[in-house]
Design a protein around this ligand. Structure first.
Ligand code: C5P
Length: 131
């Protein structure tokens, strides 16, 4: 599973999307992404998923430090990415929003992020503050 930490043009905010399903994750914010298909690289998979789900083209950069083991078959990794074209639109999510370091921390502290994605918050906050 691939998630994208998608940066805005100012470099100070990242994109979060609010999940519509499954019921236990619905309403929580996540770094958007999805699963690689057979024969796809991580980078190709992330570009395809973000085009399908949000209608944006992204440039995919480095991998964030931590990996999250969701189950025997599912490991979640996150990569830094930048919007090249398009305005993010919630096609499969309930909503999308740009958040700065402060807002990301607050959402995390309030338990409004999907649990898996909270591991990346310290690194994301540090990178956004450095921008
Ligand atoms: O995003 P997608 O619907 O493909 O995710 C498949 C499953 O992976 C979810 O139903 C959930 O169980 C798990 N998941 C998760 N945390 C995430 C992304 C996915 O627990 N951030």
């Amino acid at each position: 599973m691939l998630a994208g930490a998608i940066l805005d043009s100012s470099g100070t905010r990242i994109l979060l999307a609010r999940r519509a399903r499954p019921v236990e994750l619905a309403g929580l914010w996540e770094l958007p992404g999805g699963k690689a298909e057979v024969g796809e690289t991580d980078e190709e998979a992330l570009r395809r998923e973000l085009a399908e789900e949000l209608g944006i083209a992204v440039g995919v950069e480095f991998e964030l430090r931590d990996q999250v083991v969701l189950s025997d078959e599912l490991v979640l990794i996150a990569r830094w990415a930048r919007v090249i074209a398009g305005e993010p639109t919630a096609r499969e999510h309930q909503a999308v929003r740009w958040v700065d370091a402060e807002e990301l921390s607050t959402l995390c502290d309030e338990g409004r992020l999907v649990p898996a994605d909270t591991v990346w918050v310290p690194e994301l906050v540090a990178r956004l503050r450095r921008a």
